[in-house]
Every structure is written in structure tokens, then in C-alpha cells.
Write a protein that binds this ligand. Sequence first.
Ligand code: DCP
Ligand code: MG
Length: 442
Amino acid sequence: MFASMPTPVNDPTQGFCRDCLGLQRAVKQRCEVCGSPRLARHAELYDLSLAHIDCDAFYAAVEKRDRPELRDRPVIIGGGKRGVVSTACYIARIRGVRSAMPMFKALEACPDAVVIKPDMEKYVAVGRQVRAMMQALTPLVEPISIDEAFLDLAGTQKLHGRPPALVLADFARRVEREVGITVSVGLSYCKFLAKVASDMAKPRGFSVIGDAEALSFLADKPVSLIWGVGKAFEATLAEGGIRTIGQLQTMERNELLRRYGTMGDRLHRLSRGQDERQVHPEHDAKSVSAETTFDKDLATFDDLVPILRALSEQVSARLKKSGIAGRTVVLKLKSADFRIKTRNRQLADATRLADRIFATGLELLRRETDGTRYRLLGIGVSDLSDDGRADPPDLVDVQSRKRALAEGAVDQLRAKFGGKAVETGYTFGRGSRGRLPRPDEE
Ligand code: DCP
Ligand code: MG
């Protein structure tokens, strides 16, 4: 434990050094103690306690740590069955390589890249090590994926003997020394802006967004920065002439509700930097699921199937991103009179494939479409594991092997042409016309 220090004063001309943590007394380009140019200064620096931490180029950083000779080379992690880029180091990114890009395109952009196949077990172990270090700072750690989490450090000053900003800078330093990879930190007063901040100065970033500047900071940003505004919804907003968050700030809540339903409320609040979501500690995700409430009740199998398909793809995408898989598929339905039903089916092996999740959900759904009118449908998987033995090639069921291969091909096409380019028979025509209800988050 560190000796307790008096809370440094909030003074934008002072701040601290992110390398030696030395407090600064005046505005200088370099640290008064160690000479480093990496200084943190902000008018609300010592008042803010909500952080988002995300590892930089995570898989690539782990591989570079283990093969130091690759330090100054462009490194791409990917290949394998799906033939797409999982991630690229920042040297390869400068040359145009991006996550989810087909490998052949990545190598066109950066022919001298070193390509390494992903080693999920190793990344899961490193992710756990970083998470354990976070959990030593506060019990309020909410993991979002293998390499990122929210932390609420409110009320931890006594424990640490210094304010959250310094605790976080020290954390980033220790991850570099003890784990051998780098992280970026975003510090704010709410989840939305903490996440935006952590993305602002990657890699090795430390960005602060305070309460007083939230409105002006957001005003000229694109609407896509808002949580839940994906490509399709961004296009819907553009049809109404709305491109910047500043435009949303000038609109009445009622107008946004009238135009965009429940999403209008979120646009209203987040555009003004109002986000009351708490940090929910989660020791390990018990399930991964997606659900949606419909605009009007639905009863027929044909109406529900495309929604099930779209939700299965969302669940699969999240499993793939987190490097986990689940063995039990869970279907959830809420009837028009608000009764909730869940139906489970255990699989022979854990899966992360949309197609397997969907096919299992379909069997469960078929039995529940008996004329009952539903207002909500959800699909998910539980019994999560990360042992890399998910979706083994199935020699008996040739069809399922073909489907798994086809799904890899669809992932590649989507990566190349964008998520909407490839629609399966089940979702075709719905997503693109925006009739599919927006999924509710959590
Ligand atoms: N990942 C993946 N496929 C994607 C996106 C990510 O397999 N389409 C994996 C590889 C990443 C890890 O998840 O290393 C973490 O995802 P991030 O989005 O945080 O990306 P990085 O950590 O690689 O880069 P950044 O520095 O932008 O956070
Ligand atoms: Mg990351």
C-alpha cells in the first residue's frame, strides 16, 4: 500500500506525469521530475472516477511481447479457418490493415506483415491476468470483452491513498511492466464518455472528458458515436437530416420519442452526456444473449424467424469477439400479457456459430408458436467455456460441417463489403428496410 497523499488540487495548469506519477506545479511541456512529455492535466482530473480500460491491439500486443524480435514489424493476427484479420498492430494499421478485413486484402496493403494464427487460450489467460489486476483496484469491474472493462473507482481514495486518476495511471504503468502489453484509459463521470475517451488517444492513451465540457465536446461528433447507433440507424437519422450529436442536442425529447420510439429517449439523454448506467460487476459472464421487444405483438412462426436469425447472429458475433462459446441454447419469449417463458436445449459441443444457435432456437421456437401473441423474443447461450474445443468438425453430420464452412464465408463477405451486404434467406428484406426492431441492450 502507498502512503496516503493529500488530494491534489484540481488545477488544469498542474496535473501529473503518467510515467513517474510526479505532481506538476506549472504548465511545462515536460515533467518537472523525470522529463517525460506524457502529462495528464484537466480541470476535473481528481473529481472523476468512472473509467473504461481497453488493451491496445490486444492479440498482436501479446504476440509481440512473446516475440520481441517482432517489435518494430507490422504484425497481423488472423488467418485460420475464417481467413480474416482478428487484429493488427499499430504499425500494420498505419498501412491500412483493419480488424475483420479479409487476409488477402490486408496483405495487399501490407505485404511484409508477419501473420500469426490466433492462440485464444493464451489471450484468454492474459485477459484474465489484466482483469485480476483491475479487480484489485475496485470490486466494481464490469468486463465488456476479453480486453476491456468499465471500472467504478468512486470511494476508493482512502483505500489507495490517492485519487482515481493517479490509481489508473499507475495501473497502466503496472500492466506494461508486469504483463508486457499496453492499455488505453478513458476517465469520465459516466460510461458513455469513459468509453469514448479510452478510444481517443490509442495506443497508450489517457483521456479525460469532464462534466463541464460534455455538451461542447459532443456537439460536433457524428451520431454514430452514440451507443446503439449502428450503420442502419445512422442512415435512418441521416434521412431525417441528422448527422451530428449537436443537432440532437437542439431537439425536444418529445420530438425524438415521436420519431424514433424508445431509441429517441437514448438519443436525447446521451447527446447531452446524460448516462446513469451503473457499473455492474460480473465475475464471469454466465450467458451471452440478445433480445428485442417488437413494435407490435407477433404470433406467427414466419414473423418470428427472421428476428431469431438476426439475434442469433448478434449473439454469435459477441461470442466470437470474446473468444468464448456456449453449450446450452436458451430461447426466451414474453407474451402479450407479459408472461416470460424460457426454453433450453443442450448441445453435444459448445458453439459460437450463428447457424447452430439459430437452428437450435428454431426447434424450440416451433413448439411455442401456437397462436400466442408475443411482445419479446430473445436467444442466448449459457454454459460458457473458452477451451477452444467449440464447434469441432462434425464428420457424421456433413450438413452441419458445410453450414459451418458457409458461415465462415459469409463472415468474410461481410468483412469485405459491410454487415448488410450478405443477408441470409431468413433476414433478407427486413433488416435493410429497417423493419426489424432494434435490439434492446441488456
Ligand atoms: N477481435 C477479433 N475480431 C474483430 C475484432 C476484435 O477477433 N472483428 C479480437 C482481436 C482483438 C480483441 O478482439 O485484439 C480486442 O478487440 P478490440 O476491438 O479491443 O481491438 P484491439 O484490442 O485489437 O485494438 P484496439 O487498440 O483498437 O483496442
Ligand atoms: Mg482493445
